[in-house]
Design a protein around this ligand. Structure first.
Ligand SMILES: Cc1ncc(C[n+]2csc(CCOP(=O)(O)OP(=O)(O)O)c2C)c(N)n1
Ligand SMILES: [Mg+2]
Length: 292
């Protein structure tokens, strides 16, 4: 079997991500997948910091830092500029957190993909506004502690289903991906790169500081998210053909939750409720996948 992850490294060591930062690993793998001929649009987030202060950079590829809500519009403009300069094959990859995607950048993103602009939009999802101090976002899961949803009154609404919302735009390609399944992640980014039009990739990115997890367990926590079906791995073509790409094992959600201090306050009844919701969403996903 050939090794499916390119050996090239387009991210330098010595970046300023925290120990065990899932978002840093996500970028390293994404760049291995798409290669050097790329412009990365970094939306205000932890990654604005991880990339390094000018004139330093942790990336070996052209990078443009931009405002929080502008990932969709700036990526559209950069793609148009590259085309005018005779570089239609250069990949444009927007790189934004969950706050920049699910919340404040949502309008620009929805507009851009409705126009079917030709870029890959990656949302690395650490399930809160981490860079400004762990505030809840619409990607924060039900029951989680954040600084704005303290343990006595944790988040009481479900996580927004962003992949389904993007698929509902009927764009050519939408997928979820995990740093614990790097070959699946690389394959999805390379597949996206080969498709013209809008592509959306949703990567779960554990944040030891915000999730109160062990830095050394970032990959284990990522894997448990997939195995417990909290974060299933799948792809959607043209909003219609749904396909599960990694079959999960039968890990109970408690295996995932108990490795993260942000869920410490949950009662057994609340954990049962999370399990029931995960099972229901998995059944819905399978039904869609079978139809597709
Ligand atoms: C319009 C605007 N409001 C607020 C901020 C402050 N801000 C910078 S990064 C950030 C949090 C971003 O959260 P997310 O997109 O989830 O990325 P993360 O920090 O978690 O990596 C905020 C609120 C900003 N830069 N611009
Ligand atoms: Mg975030």
């Amino acid at each position: 079997m050939s090794y499916a992850i390119p050996e090239r490294e387009l991210m330098y060591s010595g970046h300023v991500g925290c120990p065990g930062c899932g978002a840093s690993l996500a970028m390293r793998l994404a760049l291995k997948a798409v290669g050097e001929d790329v412009v990365v649009i970094i939306v205000a987030s932890c990654w604005s910091i991880i990339a390094g202060p000018f004139p330093y950079t942790s990336l070996k590829v052209p990078t443009l830092h931009t405002a929080f809500e502008t990932g969709g519009s700036v990526s559209s403009g950069i793609k148009a500029a590259l085309e005018m300069r005779g570089r239609p094959n250069t990949t444009v990859m927007a790189w934004a957190g969950d706050g920049g995607t699910f919340d404040i950048g949502f309008q620009a993103l929805s507009g851009a993909v409705e126009r079917n602009e030709d870029f890959i939009y990656v949302c690395y999802d650490n399930e809160a506004y981490m860079n400004t101090g762990i505030q809840r976002s619409s990607a924060t899961p039900w029951g989680a502690w954040t600084t704005t949803t303290p343990a006595a009154t944790p988040k009481n609404t479900p996580k927004k289903d962003m992949v389904a919302i993007m698929a509902a735009h009927r764009i050519p390609y939408t997928a979820s991906a995990s740093i614990a399944y790097p070959e699946d992640l690389v394959r999805k980014l390379q597949k996206a790169q080969g498709i013209r039009g809008s592509k959306f990739i949703h990567i779960l990115a554990p944040c030891p500081s915000g999730w109160k997890s062990e830095p050394a367990e970032t990959i284990k926590v990522s894997r448990l998210a997939v195995q417990s079906k909290v974060f299933p791995l799948y792809e959607v073509e043209e909003g219609e053909r749904w396909r599960v790409t990694v079959r999960p094992s039968e890990a109970p959600v408690i295996e995932y939750l108990r490795r993260q201090g942000r869920f410490n306050h949950l009662t057994p009844a609340q954990i049962d409720e999370i399990q029931r919701n995960v099972d229901r969403h998995w059944a819905e996903l399978l039904a869609r996948a079978e139809q597709g």
